[in-house]
Design a protein around this ligand. Structure first.
Ligand code: SIN
Length: 491
């Protein structure tokens, strides 16, 4: 049987595991627990042309327009045509999406969609419902939780396994596999304001960079316009579906912030995030006005619980204080339509992959769909074409004792790195600042540090720092402003 190592416990990794578990020996390796991933936090929903009045063509057009036509047309075609069938299959297996009063699937609207096509589960808890549903199907999988992947093991130009270490421990172990799949998600924790789970720290991009696996579109980081903001700290996502249901962005004077922008509050995310940044720079505060949202508390159960938890008096004011923050990485390991990367034996699926489907700005609620589609395609390829490898790598004691000795290293603190990233590779960028940031990072020689010689906390900083360098260099190299990569000469 083929041995398959899946790194990451989110929807893409678990869905792939579910599809392979009867044909392959599957291990899921995750640095946190099973329930820790961005997929579990996804509020917005999953977009698919399932309504008879909608069509994959329309969904493709919206995806391309939001992505500024920087997308791979083939990847978009694959998403919008394969996605609805995979979703229909899950519904047949018992996955429950929300229905309207007539018992029909209740399709919601989000920014830059021309049709109500977003399915939700348990209101604003779609990601948790869908990922848990898929995880419940896993009955023939080995889980390695609290396990950090330090390095890809490459032999004869093929990925043959991973070097791992349990959280807080020193011993490293090599696990071999016929196929290694990165499903590690994004890099939101590079920034001080993010919607991402604490475990999402750019590990997949750093693993790829160290192994010289091709990366693409690293300039394109999506900032979500609305995170709950209290005293300069963010406390989770305020889903865009609330704007889809009629909420408006306003300032402290109740002036509508998006009034003069095409598509207003439902403009693409990069456009909304920039407009909010402009407004903030002029000294204004940002709020989401929910006066016109019917049945807010019934529809947005998770958001309501979060607001209550933080004592936000939204029932009296009809306002939620918000702030844009890092949400999703459009770039990543360059992957073909089957998730194959530039390194044989290594696949990338979900957010860590860049198959070109999202272009320069992801369309809302396309990411859970991409998790399903990219995982399904990779699964087919792995069962059909991945050869069984002859070598059987084992734990290497020499490597273990040699490399696990901690070294004194000069690193910035995580908070300092995050502040620098926000200021220099955030929503609006400047060429001179990008160059200065690259120079600042260079003093730490991040690419020369050996992961097994770092503590878990140091490794997080190093991985995020490497991602920052990739983003800054890519942002400078892009020939023009496009989607989420927006440069101005000076502020
Ligand atoms: C949201 O609920 O606003 C986020 C959905 C997404 O990023 O697709």
């Amino acid at each position: 049987m083929k041995k398959v190592l899946i790194i990451g416990a989110g929807l893409a990794g678990c869905y792939l595991a579910a599809r392979l578990q009867n044909d392959c020996e599957v291990t899921i390796i995750t640095k946190g627990e099973r329930a820790e991933s961005d997929s579990m936090l996804a509020q917005g929903g999953i977009a698919a042309a399932l309504d008879p009045g909608d069509s994959p063509r329309q969904h493709a057009q919206d995806t391309l327009a939001a992505g500024q036509y920087h997308n791979s047309i083939a990847a978009v075609e694959q998403l919008v045509t394969a996605g609805p069938e995979l979703l229909a299959q899950l519904i047949r297996q018992g996955m429950q999406f929300d229905h309207d009063e007539q018992g029909q699937l209740d399709f919601g609207l989000e920014g830059a969609h021309s049709y109500h096509r977003i399915l939700h589960a348990d209101g604003d808890q779609t990601g948790a419902a869908l990922t848990s549903f898929v995880q419940q199907q896993l009955n023939n999988v080995t889980w390695l939780t609290q396990t950090n992947v330090l390095q890809l093991v490459v032999e004869h130009h093929r990925c043959r396994g991973v070097l791992v270490r349990k959280t807080g421990q020193a011993t490293t172990t090599i696990i071999n596999g016929d196929a290694v799949i990165l499903a590690t998600g994004g890099l939101g924790n590079l920034y001080p304001y993010t919607t991402n789970d604490d475990t999402v720290t750019g590990d997949g991009f750093a693993l790829a960079m160290r192994a010289k696996v091709a990366l693409a579109d690293m300039a394109y980081v999506q900032f979500h316009p609305t995170l709950l903001m209290i005293d300069h700290q963010c406390y989770g996502l305020i889903t865009e579906a609330i704007r889809g249901a009629g909420a408006r962005l306003v300032d402290e004077n109740n002036q509508r912030i998006m009034a003069t922008v095409p598509h207003h509050d439902l403009a693409p995310r990069d456009v909304v995030a920039r407009q909010l940044t402009k407004w903030q720079a002029a000294g204004h505060q940002l709020f989401l006005d929910i006066s016109d949202v019917p049945n807010f508390e019934q529809h947005f159960i998770g958001v309501t619980a979060n607001l209550d938890h933080h004592h936000i008096p939204f029932r009296e004011t009809n306002r939620i204080p918000v702030q844009p923050g890092a949400h999703f990485m459009m770039g990543g390991l360059r992957a073909d339509l089957n998730g194959q990367t530039s390194l044989p034996g290594l696949f990338a699926i979900g957010e860590v992959a860049c198959n070109g489907v999202h272009g320069a700005n992801r369309l809302a609620s396309n990411s859970l769909l991409d998790c399903l589609v990219s995982a399904a395609k990779a699964g087919e390829t792995i069962t059909q074409t991945t050869p069984l490898t002859a070598t059987n790598l084992t734990t290497t004691d020499a490597l273990t004792s040699e490399q696990s000795r901690p070294m004194a290293v000069n690193l910035p603190s995580l908070a300092e790195l995050q502040q620098q990233a926000w200021a220099n590779i955030g929503i609006v960028r400047q060429p001179a600042k990008l160059q200065a940031f690259i120079n600042w990072l260079a003093q730490y020689h991040l690419a020369e540090l050996v992961p097994a010689q770092l503590t878990d906390a140091q490794l997080t900083i190093v991985n995020l720092g490497l991602c920052a360098e990739l983003i800054a260099k890519a942002a400078l190299a892009e020939p023009q402003n496009l989607g989420a990569n927006y440069l101005v000469k000076e502020s």
